[in-house]
Ligand binder design. Sequence first.
Ligand code: GLU
Length: 482
Amino acid sequence: MKERARFAPSPTGPLHIGGVRTALFNYLIAKKNGGDFILRIEDTDSKRTVVGAEDHIKDSLKWLGLKFDEGPIKQSSRKSLYKKRVEELLKKGLAYYAFDSSTELEDARKESNGEFKYNYETRKNMINSFTVSEGEVKSRVDRGGYVIRMVIPEKESITVNDEIRGSLSFNSNEIEDKIIMKSDGMPTYHFANVVDDHDMKITSVVRGEEWLSSLPSHLTLYNHFGWSPPKFYHLPLILKSTGQGKLSKRDAEDQGHPVFAVQWEESKGFKESGYTPEGILNYLALLGWKGKDENEKYSLDELVNSFESKDINKSGARFDIKKAVWINHLHLRDFSSKKILSLSEQANLLLEKKYSNDVCEQIVDLIKERLNTLFDVEKEVFVFVSQPKVYDQGAIEKITRNTIYNVLNFCKLKEELISEPLLLKESLMTFGSENQISFGNIMKTLRLCIVGSLSGPDLFKIIDIIGPEETLHRIESLTNKI
Ligand code: GLU
C-alpha cells in the first residue's frame, strides 16, 4: 500500500516551529517510502479561525520547500461527508443526540465538583436519545440546538499502539462520550479528523504528543465504523532551552530568536532573521530524531534517505538556538558563492559596485567559513568595500602604539611591495627580526589596519583584492589615528 501522510494544522494562529517539525516528519515518513505528503486544513471551528493563518501555513511550507502532493484540502468544504458518516453512527446506535443546555451541563459539573464526564453512567441522567422518547427526539431535533455525541463503551480496556511509544492501554470509563457534531452542524476535530484520515486513505498519522490522549476516542471511532486504523506517531514536545515546559513564543522572544518559519505580524520568522530553509529543516529533524552516525548535516533529500521512524525519540527535545545557528552555518558554508550572493541582496549591491562578478564570488569564497546567518554576509564583505570605521582599541593597546607606528611606517617605505603580498610578507619578517618585533604583532598590526579588528578572512587575500592603492590608504588612515 502506498504510504500517505498528512499534515493537518488548524488555522487558529500562525504556524509555530513545533508545527513545522510535525510537517517535516510527515514529509519524511511519506517520502521515505515513496509516498504522498498531503496538506489538510482543519478549519471546522469557524470561531477560532484566524484570518491569515492558512496563508501563513502555506507560505511557511513553501519557503521550506516542503511540497505537498495533494491539498490544501479544507474540512469546511466537506460538510456533507461528515453528515453522512454521523448518520451512519446514529443508525447503528453508536452516536446519539444530546439536548442538554449549557446551564444543565454547568449544573452537572457543579454537582460533581468539576469531575463531571458525559459517559455511560451520567448520560442516564441527562437529556439525550437514551433518556427521552423517540417522538421527543424527533421534535427536539427539528427544533435544532442539539449536539451529537459518540458512544464510548463501558468497562473496556482500549489498547492503542503508537509507533514511538509502543502500546498503551486506557480504561474506557475514564473517557467522555465526545461531541462529534456541534450545534452548528459542523463536526468536531475528533470526528472530522478520523473520517478524513479514512476517506483520504491516510496510512500514517504523525502529530504532536498532545494528541495522544485523544487516541482512544479516535480508535473507538475506527471500531464503530469497522475501519482499520492507520499507524500513529505522536512526536515528543519541543521544550524550552531550560528543558522545562513547551517552547512558547514568549520563551523564544526572551532568548532573542524567532519561533515562526516566516514572519507573522510583527514577529520576524527564521526566514527574515537570515536562516536558510535547509538549515532550519535540518535542525528541526534533529529535534526528536538522530541518524545512525555522527553526521549532523543533512539536506532534505539526505534526510529522506537516512530517516528511520524507529529512531524517533520518546522524550522531549530542547530547543537550542546555538545548535540551530551551527547547523545553519554548516549549510551556508557549502552553498555556492553565487547562491549566497543571490540570497544576500545587500551584500551583492555593495560588492557589485566595485568588483566584477568573478571577484564578487571570490570574495564570498573567502568569507563562507565565517557565516552563521545570511546577515553575516553583508557584515563580512564590508572589509572589501570600505576602510574600517572603528579600530579595536583593546588590540591597539596590546600591540602597543609604538609597534603599530613602526610597522606601518615600514610598510609605507616598502610601498612597491604592497602589490606583491608574498614579498611583503618576507620583508616584514626580516624587519621584525631586526627590530625585535614578533611576527605575530606585525600580522596583528596589518590586520588591525585593514580590517579594524583582529579577526577576518585571510589577510593577504584581502590585500590582493582591495589592491595596493586602497591598502596604502588604510595604512595612512591608521597611522594618522595612532
Ligand atoms: N488540527 C490538529 C492540530 O492542529 C491536527 C492534529 C492531527 O494531526 O491529528 O494539531
